[in-house]
Each structure stands twice: as C-alpha cells, then as structure tokens.
Design a protein around this ligand. Structure first.
Ligand code: NAD
Length: 257
C-alpha cells in the first residue's frame, strides 16, 4: 500500500480520469476526497462498500469561494491534506481561432488553469505548515504541441505545465513536490465529446476520427484509465521522492519529449 495514512483530494474526481485516480488512491490506502461540481456520491458509495476510505465534497474549481469552502470541509473532516490532484477540466470548444469567442476562451482557461491555481493555493495553505505534500496536475500531451481547433484547451494545458514548474520551484523549500501527468488519449466521456466534435468539423464519422487518433500512438491505441491511475500513484507517493517540476507523458508513445 503506497498511500496508507495519506489524505488526498482529487478534483473532478467523480468520473473519467479523476475517478480512476481516486479509486486507485483509495486502493493504495489513502482517504480520498472526491471534489467535483457534479457528483451524486456514487463513486464514494462504491469505494466505501469495498471497505475503502472516501468522501464526496462539492467543489466548483472556477469559483474561489467554492474552492476555499471545499478545502475548509476537507481540513475539518479529514484533519490534513497530503496530496492534491488538479484534474478537473473541460475540453470545449472545438473551433478555429477565428471562431473561438473570448467567452469560450476565458471559460476554458478559468476552469483548467485558474482552477488549478486556486486549488493549489488552498492546498498549499494546508501543506506548508506540515512541511510536506505532493501536488499532481493532470495536464495533457497537447500541452507540449499545438493542435488545430483547440486553441483554448491547448493554451490552458501549456499554462498548467508552466504553473507546475513554477510552483515546484517556489515550494520545494517547504518539502512539497509538484509534478504534472500528461495523458494522451484516454477513453472517457470528455474524449467521446471531443472526438465527436472533431469528426463533425472534419466531415468524418466518429469511428474514422477515433481510428486516426489511435494511429498517432506507435502502439496504435488509447491509454487505459488504470494506466493513468498507476502513474498517478507513483507521482503522488514517496516512490517519486526525487521528482519535482516534471512533465510526465502517459500517451502510449504519442509524444516522446
Ligand atoms: P471528464 O469530462 O470525463 O471528467 C471531468 C470531471 O471534472 C467531471 O466529473 C466533471 O464533473 C468535473 N468538472 C468539470 N468542471 C468542473 C469544475 N468547474 N469544478 C469541479 N469539477 C469539474 O474528463 P476526463 O477525460 O476524465 O479528463 C480529466 C482531466 O484529464 C481533464 O483535465 C482533461 O483535460 C485531462 N485529459 C484528458 C484526456 C482524455 O483523453 N480523456 C487527455 C489528456 C488530458
């Protein structure tokens, strides 16, 4: 058990990649706070039914008041915070730069990037007095290259990478590590939505676009949710104690730098 005795918060933890990470963390012994704007508590109930430790916390990462209130609940209920996973994110819009409205741009950056900043600030207030902590930002392989029709999303992920390395430099003195996990294409509701929008924009079927996406990987496949969960445990746990400020690709070889 790599995370026994640890308290972890996973934003956007109710479904997709966040749920896979929350599940894996709980299986490794952590008490997991599933922080999501939209959760019916199903994941918490499933984990608790297996004898694992989890609680659901309502959090909108785009609202500083909501973020601060949720971290207050975590502190009150669980007493500390060892691990934060900044995972909550949105994928829209799929549109050219000319067609991307400032409102869509700002909403994407607000949730994906400013949300990461606000959750990091709230977590650091709990971690710095303890002189330890591990923060993991779920960025993307598109944070290392451009992608047509995804300007807002791509910019938000490049921003997350810069924030990861800046935070790592600022908080190393407090015994806190900050790393980023950069998934390739992982089969989640988010990816289904994005593939459909790209297929529509390119005049392709869903399956045609999906096949093309898989072929970007030399392994010719998507990444499995469990494969993200395992690397997240490594980066959050003491197994990666000499790693901070790192941008780790988990993309079945799509990006190699
Ligand atoms: P998803 O849409 O399946 O799940 C996202 C979760 O975040 C949902 O539970 C949703 O309710 C929550 N959420 C959305 N807005 C929120 C907000 N304002 N406050 C709190 N919670 C909020 O997405 P996913 O595919 O699991 O993606 C998770 C993360 O991984 C995102 O940051 C995404 O950019 C990143 N990512 C995904 C892929 C992929 O292929 N799926 C690839 C690279 C990176």
């Amino acid at each position: 058990m790599k995370l026994m005795g640890k308290v972890a918060c996973v934003t956007g933890g109710a479904q997709g990649i966040g749920a896979a990470i929350a599940t894996r963390f709980a299986e490794e012994g952590a008490y997991v706070a599933i922080a999501d704007i939209n959760s019916d508590g199903e994941l918490e109930r499933g984990l608790v039914a297996r004898g694992l430790k989890a609680t659901t916390v309502k959090m909108d990462v785009a609202s500083e008041a909501s973020v601060n209130s949720a971290f207050g609940v975590i502190q009150e209920k669980l007493g500390k915070l060892d691990i934060l996973v900044n995972n909550a994110g949105i994928g829209t819009p799929v549109a050219s730069i000319l067609d991307t409205s400032p409102e869509d741009w700002e909403r994407t950056l607000r949730i994906n990037l400013t949300g990461t900043l606000m959750c990091t600030r709230a977590a650091l207030r709990l971690m710095i007095p303890c002189k330890s902590g591990s923060i993991l930002n779920i960025s993307s392989n598109v944070g290392k290259r451009g992608v047509p029709l995804r300007s807002a999303y791509v910019a938000s992920k490049w921003g997350m990478n810069g924030l990861t390395q800046t935070a790592a430099l600022e908080v190393a003195q407090h015994g806190i590590r900050v790393n980023a996990l950069l998934p390739g294409n992982v089969d989640t509701p988010h990816l289904t939505e994005v593939v459909q929008m790209h297929a529509d924009a390119d005049g392709k079927t869903f399956d045609e676009f999906s096949t093309m996406l898989k072929s970007l990987s030399p392994m010719n496949r998507y990444v499995e949710l469990e494969e993200i969960g395992k690397v997240a445990v490594f980066l959050a746990s003491d197994d990666s104690s000499a790693m901070t400020g790192q941008l780790i690709n988990v993309s079945a070889g799509w990006i190699m730098y």
